[in-house]
Design a protein around this ligand. Structure first.
Ligand SMILES: Cc1ncc(COP(=O)(O)O)c(C=O)c1O
Length: 384
């Protein structure tokens, strides 16, 4: 061996460069004055003075970290209060905070689907659900995207497992679409439990931003469990699982990503609580985020691009190749607009896209600048 045990990494890197899939980190600078269509700060609350103040107060009260795992020293009054407030807002019995949405999905899926479970996962589910399915000891079937008939067939097929669980994003992270209204009843019909990831719908969809499960009147049902992140509409950091008291009690005893992880920083819990209070008192925030998403899709289409029809705040714009997607993202930056770029392996179907995320606080001036950038992107894509 001439190049050591990790010598193969350079071969992989060359392959990624050739395929246009090399990634790099770009630190944001404070006050960079870009129109932000790349973050998940859907309601524009990440830097709201009340949210920042709540975080600062919590740091002064509790310190900078949770100091231990949730079952030891990592549960503070800030955690317990936010759990009660989230459950009350969404309309279910109980909630449990995790230190990220990724870990909430890992904990919920692995603890609720064991070796005796058939676990059915939509093919467009977020990577955290994909990884959770791999970690669970359940038999996993991947369901065709948002296809209720295919889901029913998978659940009806004769099987050894005595239990079944369906896991799905409420709004899918790449295209911003939803199939929940069609798939959730299928799971119930088959006697299966449902785990619904409300990461992109909480704060944007449903009554007052309570999410799509609540919109379907299913938030309080004992056969439904919801997961969410505090890092999108609530502008912070962390995750949560919401469901019946029995489910939450089980997770406290069995979810390894809850038990063996330092608790969420108290400042993150307090910040998310302040953001939740703002959402609760201003029900126009979700409506504004959705209206801005519709504006972004219309701008992309009038520039001649193919844009998704947004169910929440995410708009996806299909581009011909990973290279064009990267060039389009760079072009937008020269126009002072920051957009997301999704390429394989982050896209379930291998199609590269720009991802535009709306925020409730986008101004008309911002949208004019975005429209100009999208016209330039359409010209670039047309030349490719
Ligand atoms: C659908 C979905 N679920 C879960 C997560 C993970 O949440 P977090 O970033 O809080 O780990 C994300 C993205 O971040 C997501 O898009």
């Amino acid at each position: 061996v001439t190049d050591g045990p990790f010598g193969w990494l350079s071969t992989r890197e060359r392959e990624r460069v050739a395929a246009g899939l090399r990634r790099s980190l770009r630190p944001r600078e404070a006050g960079d004055a870009l129109v932000d269509l790349a973050s998940n700060d859907y309601l524009g609350l990440a830097r709201h003075p009340k949210v920042a103040e709540a975080a600062a107060d919590a740091v002064r009260t509790w310190g900078t970290g949770a100091t231990g795992s949730r079952l030891v020293t990592g549960t503070t009054r800030a955690h317990a209060d936010l759990e009660d407030a989230l459950a009350d807002f969404v309309g279910c019995e109980a909630a449990l905070l995790f230190s990220s949405g990724y870990l909430a999905n890992l904990g919920a899926v692995t603890a609720l689907a064991d070796a005796g479970t058939l676990l059915v996962s939509d093919e467009h589910n977020h990577a955290s659900i994909v990884d959770a399915c791999r970690l669970s000891r359940a038999r996993v079937e991947i369901a065709p995207h948002s296809d209720p008939d295919a889901l029913a067939t998978l659940l009806d097929a004769s099987r050894e497992e005595s239990r079944a669980v369906v896991v799905t994003d409420a709004v899918f992270s790449v295209d911003g679409d939803t199939g929940l209204a069609a798939t959730l009843p299928v799971a119930r019909e088959a006697g299966a439990g449902s785990i619904v990831d409300e990461a992109h719908s909480f704060g944007v969809c449903g009554p007052g931003g309570r999410g799509l499960t609540a919109a379907l009147g299913r938030a309080a049902d004992p056969d439904v469990v919801q997961t969410m992140t505090l890092s999108k509409s609530l502008g912070g950091q962390g995750g949560a699982v919401l469901g019946s008291r029995a489910v939450v009690d089980h997770l406290v005893d069995a979810a390894r990503s809850f038990i063996f992880d330092t608790g969420l920083a108290p400042a993150s819990a307090a910040a998310a609580h302040a953001a939740l209070d703002l959402l609760r008192t201003d029900p126009t925030l979700p409506e504004r985020a959705r209206a801005r998403a519709a504006d972004l899709a219309a701008l992309a289409r009038s520039a001649g691009l193919t844009a998704s029809t947004p169910s929440a705040a995410v708009v996806s714009v299909v581009l011909p190749s990973p290279d064009v997607a990267v060039a389009a993202q760079a072009l937008c930056r020269t126009r002072r607009v920051d957009v997301g770029c999704f390429r394989p392996p982050s896209v379930p179907d291998g199609v590269s896209r720009l991802r535009l995320t709306a925020r409730a606080d986008l101004t008309d001036t911002d949208l004019t600048r975005v429209g100009d950038a999208l016209v330039a992107v359409a010209e670039l894509a047309g030349r490719a």
